[in-house]
Write a protein that binds this ligand. Structure first.
Ligand code: COA
Length: 431
C-alpha cells in the first residue's frame, strides 16, 4: 500500500490511540524533551480504563502526572533516571528505580524489559514516508522498534535531525497529529563558583580535544571558558545551547576528530528553540541510538576524549556518588560511567568530575571522609581521574590512597579542611 494511504488509515485521535493501551502493559515514554506530552496527557485522562500499567521512563521533562499520588492503582512508574517530577514517587515508594548504564538501556528493552507500547514523538512523514524522531534517539528508537504497539505524536515543530533517526510510516501503528513547541530547558544560572569551576576544567582542555558535557550550570560554565580554544569536537550523550555558541564562534569545528570527523555525535538534545533550530536539517549533527553513542568502546575511538560530569559527593578514596543523597535517589547514573570509561580508554583521554566544593548553601562539604550511609558509588575509585572544584584540580589516577586524600583535601572548601585533615591523620599517620 502507498505510504500516504497507510498514514491516513493509521491517523486517529489521541483518545482513540490511548484506548489501545491495556492494563498490565509496559509503556515506554520517549525520553526527555522527546516526550509526546499530548499523548501522555490523554493516557492519564483515560486512567480509569487501566490497572497496573508500568511506565518506564528516564529523564522526565513533562508533568509526570502518572507518578503523582492517587495514580497508584492505574500506573506504576519504573524510573531509570529520577527527574524532578518523578523523584518523590520513587522515594516515597510509589514508584520503582532500575539502575542501568544509559548505553545498556536499549538492551534491557530487547531482553528483561520487553516493551508493549512505545509513546514517541515524530516529524510529519517526508516525501518518502519517513518520520524523524528528532531530539531523542537514545533508547526511544529501540523502544519503538521493539514495541508491540507504537503510538506517535506527529509534531510539525519537531526538528528533523540527521543520522539514524528515521522510522517509516509502516513501522508505526497509530499517528496522532498535534503541533506543540518542543519542551525547552531554561538556561542555568552561572554564578562565581560555577565560573571558577568552569575555568579550572577549561584549563584541562587542549586544542583539538573531543568533548562530552553533561547538563546544567557546570558544563555551561566550562563552555564559557573555551572561547579561545581551537578545533574542538563533540561526541556527547547530549548537548545544549552553549555548544551552538561555540560552533558559531568557530571554536567547535570537529575537524580534528579521529572518529566521525566533521560531525557532532549525540544521542539526545535538550535546550531552547535556538538549539532546536540549529539541529534542524543540519548535516553537521548526527544522532544515533545510545547503545552506540555512549558505548565506551565507541567513545574510545575518539583520541583526546574529555568527559566532564558532575556529582553529589566524593570521599577521600575518590569514590564518587552522583545520583543519590544517602539513600534518597535524586537522579541516576545516566551516561556518566559510559563516558568516564570511554574517555579513560581513549588515547590521551581524560575524565573530569566537576562540582562545587559545598552543598546546601555552603553548610556541607561535598568532599567527605566517607560517603553518606546508603549513598551510591556511581563512579568507582578505580575509574575516577580528575576531580575539580572552584579551588582547583585533583588528579587521582595513579595516586595512592594517601596521595588521593591529600589532593582532595587541597581542593575542598577551606572551612572544612581542618576536619578533613584530622581524618587524614587518623587514617594515614601510621604510614
Ligand atoms: N549533600 C547533600 N545534598 C546535596 C549534596 C550533598 N553532598 N550535593 C547536592 N545535594 C543536593 C542539592 O542541595 C540539591 O538539592 P535541592 O534539589 O533540594 O536544591 C540536589 O542535591 C541536587 O544538587 P545540584 O547540585 O543542584 O544538582 P545539579 O543539577 O548540579 O546536578 C548531579 C548534579 C550530580 C545530580 C547531576 O550532575 C547528575 O545527576 N549526575 C549523574 C548523571 C550524569 O552525570 N549524567 C551524564 C551527563 S548527562
Amino acid at each position: 500500500m502507498d505510504w500516504k494511504e497507510l498514514y491516513k488509515e493509521k491517523t486517529m485521535t489521541a483518545e482513540d490511540a490511548v484506548k489501545k493501551i491495556k492494563s498490565g502493559n509496559r509503556v515506554v515514554i520517549g525520553h526527555a524533551v522527546g516526550e509526546p506530552s499530548y499523548i501522555v496527557e490523554k493516557m492519564v485522562q483515560n486512567k480509569e480504563q487501566y490497572e497496573n500499567v508500568e511506565i518506564v521512563h528516564m529523564v522526565a521533562m513533562g508533568k509526570g502526572e502518572y507518578a503523582q499520588p492517587g495514580m497508584e492503582k492505574h500506573f506504576r512508574h519504573n524510573s531509570i533516571f529520577v527527574g524532578g517530577c518523578t523523584r518523590d514517587a520513587v522515594n516515597e515508594g510509589r514508584g520503582d528505580f532500575t539502575p542501568c548504564f544509559f548505553y545498556e538501556v536499549p538492551k534491557l528493552f530487547k531482553t528483561t524489559l520487553p516493551v508493549d507500547v512505545a509513546l514517541i514523538q515524530v516529524t510529519p512523514p517526508d516525501s518518502h514516508g519517513y518520520c524523524c524522531l528528532g531530539v531523542s534517539i537514545d533508547y526511544t528508537m529501540t523502544a519503538a522498534k521493539e514495541a508491540k504497539l507504537v503510538i506517535a505524536q506527529v509534531n510539525d515543530q519537531m526538528p528533523r535531525t540527521m543520522g539514524d533517526t528515521f522510522l517509516h510510516v509502516s513501522e508505526i501503528d497509530c499517528f496522532v497529529e498535534h503541533s506543540a513547541p518542543i519542551i525547552e530547558l531554561g538556561l542555568p544560572k552561572i554564578g562565581d563558583i560555577e565560573r571558577a569551576i568552569g575555568e579550572n576544567c577549561a584549563a584541562l582542555v587542549q586544542d583539538g580535544d573531543t568533548l562530552q558535557l553533561g547538563i546544567g550550570a557546570i558544563p555551561d560554565a566550562v563552555l564559557l571558558f573555551l572561547k579561545d580554544k581551537k578545533d574542538l569536537g563533540i561526541h556527547s550523550e547530549m548537548f545544549s545551547d552553549g555548544v551552538v555558541e561555540l560552533v558559531e564562534a568557530g571554536v567547535v569545528t570537529n575537524c580534528k576528530k579521529t572518529f566521525h570527523p566533521g560531525k557532532m555525535i549525540v544521542t539526545f538534545l535538550m535546550g531552547t528553540k535556538r538549539l532546536y533550530d540549529f539541529v534542524n536539517n543540519n548535516p553537521a549533527v548526527e544522532m544515533y541510538s545510545v547503545d552506540y553513542v555512549n558505548n565506551p568502546t565507541v567513545i574510545m575511538k575518539n583520541d583526546n576524549m574529555v568527559s566532564i560530569n558532575s556529582c553529589v559527593q566524593v570521599d577521600l578514596m575518590g569514590q564518587v556518588c552522583s545520583e543519590s543523597v544517602g539513600l534518597k535517589q535524586i537522579s541516576g547514573v545516566g551516561g556518566q560511567v559510559d563516558f568516564v570509561r570511554g574517555a579513560t580508554l581513549s588515547k590521551n583521554g581524560k575524565s573530569i568530575m566537576a562540582m562545587p566544593s559545598t552543598a546546601a548553601k555552603g553548610s556541607i562539604s561535598k568532599i567527605v571522609p566517607l560517603l553518606d550511609e546508603g549513598a551510591t558509588v556511581t563512579t568507582s575509585r578505580n575509574d575516577v581521574d580528575y576531580v575539580v572544584t572552584e579551588f582547583g584540580v585533583a588528579k587521582l589516577k595513579g595516586k595512592t590512597l594517601k596521595q588521593r586524600a591529600a589532593a582532595l583535601i587541597n581542593i575542598a572548601h577551606p572551612k572544612f579542611r581542618d576536619e578533613l585533615n584530622e581524618e587524614f591523620e587518623k587514617r594515614f599517620s601510621q604510614n
